[in-house]
Write a protein that binds this ligand. Structure first.
Ligand SMILES: NC(=O)c1ccc[n+]([C@@H]2O[C@H](COP(=O)([O-])OP(=O)(O)OC[C@H]3O[C@@H](n4cnc5c(N)ncnc54)[C@H](O)[C@@H]3O)[C@@H](O)[C@H]2O)c1
Ligand SMILES: CC(C)[C@H](C(=O)O)[C@@H](O)C(=O)O
Ligand SMILES: [Mg+2]
Length: 364
C-alpha cells in the first residue's frame, strides 16, 4: 500500500540530511517494491521567512493528513532575535500532533566503540533507549511569561500525562532487557514526587520488570561512567532533552542519533536529535546517519516494515564498518567523506541483499 510522508527539511543542515534520507528511502522502495509518496512542506526559519509563521496551517494539515512525518532540523542565528522563533514551530507541531512519547535509542555498534571519545571498554555493549515525555512539563506549562524584572517558566504534570508515558516505557522494556530506570528530581520537585508515585503504581502491573529510580544529577554521571547499566530510561521533557544529547557521545556523535515521536493513534514524527548545526551548514560536513536511522524508525513504528528497517540499519552499520566517516566521527582513521558520499555509500549497501552479516550478529 502506498504510504504518504510529509517531509519538513527546515533549516541549516536539515535540508542536507533530509536529502540523504529521501535517497535511502528511495533505495528501500526499489529493493522491496514499495511506493512512498513524499510531500515537502516549508517549516521553521524557512517558513518564517516565507510566511511569517514557523508552522503554517498548510504544513500542519499535510502532517496530520500523512502516515508519517520526516523532519530535518530547525533554528539558526538568523532567527534568534526575532519575535517568533523556528523552535516555536517545532514545539507547536509536537503538541498539535500529540506525539507525547519521544523514543531515542542509544546504540553503540559492536566493533565501533572507538567512534566515541570515551574509553572503548566503558561504552562497549551500551544499548539503551530514552522514552522522553515530549508534550508537557516546563516546555509547555502555564504561566510562562516575562517582564523587565522577572521571567517565569512553570513545570506542571498531571497524573494522566505521566501514566501514559510511563506505560510506554514498560511496554518497551517488556520486549527488551526488562529494566526501567525512571529519572527525576524527587528530592526537590513536586512534579518529580508525583512522577515517582506514578512509576511505582505502573510498576506493580509489570512484576517481571526491574524498576529503579535515579535522581537526574546522578543519572547524568552514571550514563557516562556505566552506560551498560541502562535498558529503558523514562523521564520528563527537559531532563530527556539534556540527557539524550549527553548520551549521544557514547555513540560517537550527536549526528548519529535518531528519534521517533509517537502519539496514541496518529502519525509519528521522525527526526534526528541534533539541531540545525549552523557552524557546519552548507559545507557538506553533516553526518546524515541520525536522519537515516530515523527513516528506519519510521519504517518500523509507523509502517510495521521491520525487514526494511533492519536493512537500513544494516546498510549504516556496514558503511561504518567499511571505514567511511564524516568529520564528526573521523578521529584520524578511515575514509573521510562528505554528507553526499556517506549517503551514497549507505544507499549502495541498501540496494544490496547483503549476506555478509545479519542484524542478529550486529545486535549481539
Ligand atoms: N530538533 C531540532 O530541530 C533542533 C534540535 C536541537 C537544536 N536545534 C536548534 O539548532 C540550532 C543550533 O543549536 P546547537 O548548536 O545548540 O545544536 P546542534 O545540535 O545544531 O549542534 C551542536 C554541535 O553538534 C554538531 N552537529 C549537530 N548535528 C550534526 C551532524 N548531523 N553532523 C555533524 N555534526 C553535527 C554541530 O556542528 C555543533 O557543533 C539552534 O537554533 C537550536 O535551537 C534544533
Ligand atoms: C529545538 C528544541 C526545541 C528541541 C527540544 O528541546 O526538544 C531539541 O533540543 C530536541 O532535542 O529536539
Ligand atoms: Mg535537544
Amino acid at each position: 500500500m502506498k504510504k504518504r510522508i510529509a517531509v519538513l527539511p527546515g533549516d541549516g543542515i536539515g535540508p542536507e540530511v533530509i536529502k540523504g534520507a529521501l535517497q535511502v528511502l528511495d533505495g528501500v522502495a526499489t529493493r522491496f517494491g514499495h511506493e512512498f509518496e513524499t510531500i515537502e512542506q516549508v517549516f521553521g526559519g524557512a517558513a518564517i521567512d516565507q510566511e511569517g509563521n514557523p508552522l503554517p496551517d498548510s504544513t500542519l494539515k499535510t502532517c496530520n493528513d500523512s502516515d508519517a512525518v520526516l523532519l530535518g532540523a530547525v533554528g539558526g542565528p538568523k532567527w534568534d532575535q526575532g519575535k517568533v522563533r523556528p523552535e516555536q514551530g517545532l514545539l507547536a507541531l509536537r503538541k498539535a500532533m500529540n506525539v507525547f512519547a519521544n523514543v531515542r535509542p542509544v546504540h553503540v555498534y559492536p566493533g565501533l566503540e572507538h567512534l566515541s571519545p570515551l574509553k572503548s571498554n566503558k561504552v562497549k555493549g551500551a544499548d539503551f533507549v530514552f522514552v522522553r515525555e515530549l508534550t508537557g512539563g516546563i516546555y509547555f506549562s502555564e504561566p510562562k511569561e516575562r517582564n523587565e524584572k522577572r521571567a517565569v517558566d512553570t513545570m506542571s504534570y498531571t497524573r494522566e500525562e505521566i501514566t501514559r508515558i510511563v506505560e510506554k516505557a514498560y511496554e518497551l522494556a517488556s520486549s527488551r532487557r526488562r529494566k526501567v530506570t525512571s529519572v527525576d528530581k524527587a528530592n526537590v520537585l513536586e512534579t518529580s514526587k508525583l512522577w515517582r508515585e506514578v512509576v511505582e503504581d505502573v510498576a506493580k502491573k509489570y512484576p517481571n520488570i526491574e524498576t529503579e529510580h535515579l535522581l537526574v544529577d546522578y543519572a547524568a554521571m552514571r550514563m557516562i561512567s556505566n552506560p551498560t547499566s541502562f535498558d529503558v530510561v523514562v523521564t520528563e521533557n527537559m531532563f530527556g532533552d539534556i540527557l539524550s544529547d549527553e548520551a549521544s557521545v557514547l555513540t560517537g556523535s550527536l549526528g548519529m542519533m535518531p528519534s521517533a515521536s509517537l502519539s496514541e493513534n496518529g502519525p509519528g514524527l521522525y527526526e534526528p536529535i541534533h539541531g540545525s548545526a549552523p557552524d557546519i551548514a552548507g559545507s557538506g560536513k553533516a553526518n546524515p546517519i541520525g536522519m537515516i536511522l530515523s527513516v528506519a524508525m519510521m519504517l518500523r513504528h509507523s509502517f510495521q516494515l521491520e525487514k526494511e528497517a533492519e536493512a537500513v540499519e544494516l546498510a549504516v552499520f556496514e558503511t561504518l564498518q567499511a571505514g567511511y566517516r564524516t568529520g564528526d566521527i573521523y578521529g584520524g582513521s578511515g575514509t573521510l567523506v562528505s554528507t553526499k558520499e556517506m549517503v551514497n555509500q549507505i544507499h549502495f549497501r541498501m540496494l544490496e541483499d547483503s549476506t555478509s552479516a545479519t542484524l542478529l550478529e550486529v545486535y549481539v
